[in-house]
Design a protein around this ligand. Structure first.
Ligand code: SAM
Length: 293
């Protein structure tokens, strides 16, 4: 087990403030965040040009430096050195909470390991804002963030998450949202979801429903903006669900007609409120039994 060093107050090192900034609406910033950004010696920003707009809006004159996913491995030592000298630094990203699908984790870890005080200045986070309006269970949730951008790997990641019982929060880029929902349907079945777009911005939208219907809506227009997808957790009781016996004959006939297992499972899942995964497994079993005869 790794124990962090206790904060050495005698060292007179500075503090690393982990500051949340707005995810769209510039007014979603706390009074303490503005005060902190004005008071620190330096702001380590994911994109200083972007953060400059926030700073000029709130008349924050503090100097900015860049800390992002491309330079974080080389720039953290310089920041730790400054903190060790007694300077205070605020860490911010382009939007929301640093470290949440954003740079920050390495600097925070190194500061903690060096006995530097690391303190949060909490505020906006797209995952939590989306969760708060999704209409699904909120008492037990898992933040999955961005899955892999490689389709095969993403499919595997979704299959691994399918049995998770808590509500799951995903981030996804607009150009991948349709493929993401298609893969979600294959792995999770027609589960309840909320697709939340452009929170706190002009085109804010919350779509609640089931994967298939939302997929149909989104497929009819060009997906734009920033998306959070939230799915219901897996219901244990549904895990062992089986296809009603009376359907078996129909399915056998569909198999004889050479309809694909995927298409049959899709239709069974949709029309009988069974998970696609379970339907697929059952249809496959039936096919194997037929082949054994
Ligand atoms: N650190 C940020 C946070 O605390 O939420 C997340 C940064 S991550 C690079 C960007 C992703 O967050 C977007 O692709 C989208 O999935 C989500 N996101 C950020 N702002 C959003 C907004 N206003 N509405 C919906 N999703 C948003």
């Amino acid at each position: 087990m790794h124990l962090n060093l206790p904060i050495n107050r005698d060292k007179k090192s500075g503090t690393l403030y982990v500051v949340s900034t707005p995810i769209g609406n510039l007014e979603d910033i706390t009074l303490r965040a503005i005060k902190t950004l004005k008071m620190v010696n330096l702001i380590a920003a994911e994109n200083p040009t972007h953060t400059k707009k926030l700073c000029s809006h709130y008349e924050i004159g503090t100097r900015l430096t860049s800390y992002n996913q491309h330079n974080h491995k080389t720039s953290w030592p310089g920041l730790i050195e400054r903190l060790n000298r007694g300077e205070n630094i605020a860490l911010v990203t382009c939007a929301g909470t640093p470290g949440i699908s954003d740079p920050g984790a390495l600097l925070i870890k190194m500061a903690s390991e060096n006995g530097i005080c690391v303190t949060p200045v909490p505020g906006a986070c797209a995952a939590i804002a989306a969760l708060s309006v999704c209409g699904l269970k909120m008492d037990n949730f898992l933040f999955a963030g961005f899955l892999s951008n490689k389709s095969g790997k993403r499919k595997k990641e979704l299959q691994e998450l399918a049995a998770e019982e808590g509500t799951i929060i995903f981030y996804e880029a607009p150009h991948r949202i349709i493929q993401f929902l298609e893969q979600l349907y294959e792995a999770f079945g027609n589960r309840g979801i909320a697709v939340i777009r452009e929170l706190t911005k002009v085109h804010e939208e919350v779509m609640r429903g089931h994967v298939k219907e939302i997929l149909t809506i989104i497929s009819q227009r060009e997906p734009r903006g920033e998306y959070v997808i939230i799915t219901e957790g897996s219901e244990k009781s549904k895990e062992n669900e089986t296809i009603p016996e009376k359907l078996e004959e129909t399915i056998k006939n569909m198999l004889i007609d050479n309809i694909s297992i995927k298409d049959i499972a899709d239709s069974v899942a949709k029309n009988h409120n069974i998970r696609f995964r379970s339907a697929y497994r059952e249809v496959l079993d039936l096919k194997r039994k037929m082949e054994e005869l």
